[in-house]
Design a protein around this ligand. Structure first.
Ligand code: ATP
Length: 503
């Protein structure tokens, strides 16, 4: 698992997808830059989301709110008071950890014991093995599961009650050690706010304290009435947006899974109070379908329904994805009631209500939210696509099987040799295709090596121009995943590519 993840990180660098920020100065922790291919992949994911959410839904519109917002926004939203992580320091190593993550990691270790039992039993029982039955009846597995549940629910309760002393007590009772040094000498647990502060204005006296937004959602809530009125939107309707968010994460690790500067794609769906349950089910299903449409394997997704809810929410679930380090949250679907709009009403003194012509009355709408991290989606797509394949001739190839619709480069045009006019024909094909697709030219090295390079880069098609092309205007088109080659007319290329890469 670790090895696979290391491969993902080094491949992302080697093929121009993700670099560490300011690498020449030894980097900045948990901050990353998207390189030439990464920027394209990221943009394609964003477009794929935007198309599904905004373009395909008559009642959802998109906005682009500023990162800076009036500071009262974050009082109203609860972030000033409650957007905290519980931190604990190790007195010997002087390292700082998130207390909840230490406890979750401890539980993950127990969970891996369950996995081992399952694997063992699967081997023993062969075809007759029924996983669900096994995990729900095997005493050892049930014991592990109960232990996990007890620990996690005690932690959730203590955090909810702000009983930080009990969180520390739990860490001590479980004898959790510093993962780096093994020391068990812990300080008390303290809350730490995750928002980045900054200042607006030049002079020291007049400058205003601001925060960099820790989520994009609030830009939608404060614009709710403006959009509803100017767009003449009728409930139910949604507002979508993508954009940067910032969190001073303490346990910032696992590459682009948890970053300090990241991008979110969020949609707030405004509904009539009382209809939240049906919309919650609707959006859970709709969002899962969106993920499955990329063809990355049904088994790689699962729902995690939250039992412990934030005080404003009446239902919440995560769509979890199987990352190289296990199932983790990829997207959240939250039924947020009228909490956010009511809070903004309270703090701004402005009415944020909708007049419902059918009901003939005004109310503060309820909100259903879907929230996904673009970078996390990038990691899901990238890590799932990177594969090593054994070929029939005994060699292996590295291939990045990105969904074609998301691939940064759709086709590489390769003249078989650098002479006899083949490069000119290749260039002409590029001139023609580049209006519709991102295509590249590559003439360096033997054609087999060029194929391998494009495989590793995730390019769905290689188009080779050879001497026959000069005679009959046909080229060889090679498919990345099957490695099959066909001879096709140049004039048909656009349609062939379009069929595969269009949504
Ligand atoms: P986590 O529990 O992983 O910290 P969260 O529950 O705080 O996430 P939300 O506040 O619900 O996350 O944010 C919605 C989505 O934004 C998450 O599902 C995730 O995809 C993404 N996200 C949140 N924090 C980060 C981060 N630091 N880096 C990258 N993506 C993030």
């Amino acid at each position: 698992q670790d090895d696979q993840f290391k491969k993902v990180i080094s491949h992302a660098k080697e093929y121009g997808y993700v670099f560490q920020s300011s690498e020449i100065y030894d980097g900045l922790s948990a901050v990353y830059d998207y390189a030439q291919n990464g920027a394209e992949l990221k943009k394609n994911i964003r477009d794929y989301w935007w198309k599904a959410m905004v373009q395909m839904n008559e009642n959802i519109v998109g906005i682009d709110a500023a990162i800076f917002m009036h500071p009262t926004t974050w009082k109203a939203s609860g972030h000033v008071d409650a957007f905290n992580d519980p931190l604990i320091d190790n007195k010997d190593s002087k390292k700082r950890y998130r207390a909840d993550v230490l406890i979750e990691d401890y539980c993950a270790k127990i969970e891996s014991k369950i996995d081992k039992e399952v694997t063992k039993a699967a081997k023993r029982f062969g075809d007759a093995f029924n996983k669900e039955e096994f995990v729900s009846t095997n005493p050892r597995v049930l014991g592990y599961q109960e232990k996990i549940n007890t620990i996690l629910s005690r932690m959730a309760k203590s955090l909810e009650n702000e009983d930080l002393a009990d969180v520390k007590a739990l860490i001590e009772e479980l004898e959790i050690a510093d993962p780096l040094t093994g020391s068990k000498n812990w300080t008390d647990v303290k809350q730490f706010n995750l928002m980045f502060g900054t200042k607006l204005g030049a002079s020291a006296e007049s400058a205003m304290d601001l925060y960099l937004r820790p989520e994009t959602a609030q830009g939608i809530f404060v614009n709710f009435l403006n959009v509803q009125k100017t767009g003449r939107m009728k409930i139910p309707f949604g507002i979508a947006q993508t954009g940067k968010a910032f969190r001073n994460e303490i346990v910032a690790r696992q590459f682009i899974f948890r970053m300090r500067e990241f991008e979110q794609m969020e949609m707030q769906f405004f509904i009539k109070p009382g209809t939240q349950q049906e919309w919650y089910e609707h959006w859970k299903e709709t969002r899962l379908k969106w993920h499955l449409s990329l063809g990355m394997g049904e088994d790689n997704y699962r729902f995690h329904d939250h039992e412990k809810l934030a005080h404003y929410a009446d239902a919440a679930a995560d769509i979890e994805f199987k990352f190289p380090f296990g199932f983790k949250e990829l997207e959240g679907i939250h039924s947020r009631t009228d909490f956010d709009l009511s809070q903004h009403e309270k703090f701004s003194g402005k009415k944020l209500q909708y007049f419902d012509p059918e009901e003939n009355k005004s109310y503060v709408p309820y909100v259903l939210e879907t929230s996904i991290g673009l970078d996390r989606m990038f990691l899901a797509v990238f890590s799932n696509s990177l594969q090593e394949e054994e070929l029939e001739n005994g060699t292996t190839r590295t291939v990045l099987k990105l969904p074609s619709v998301l691939a940064p480069v759709k086709a590489a045009i390769l003249p078989l040799v650098k002479k006899d006019g083949l490069p000119d024909v290749a260039r002409k094909i590029i001139e023609d295709l580049k209006w519709d697709f991102n295509v590249v030219y590559d003439e360096k090295d033997a054609v087999g090596r060029r194929y391998r390079r494009q495989d590793a880069n995730g390019t769905p098609f290689c188009i080779t121009v050879d001497h026959d092309t000069l005679e009959d205007n046909t080229v060889t088109i090679r498919h990345r995943d099957s490695m099959e080659q066909e001879r096709v007319k140049i004039e048909d290329l656009r349609d062939i590519i379009k069929k595969e890469v269009d949504v």
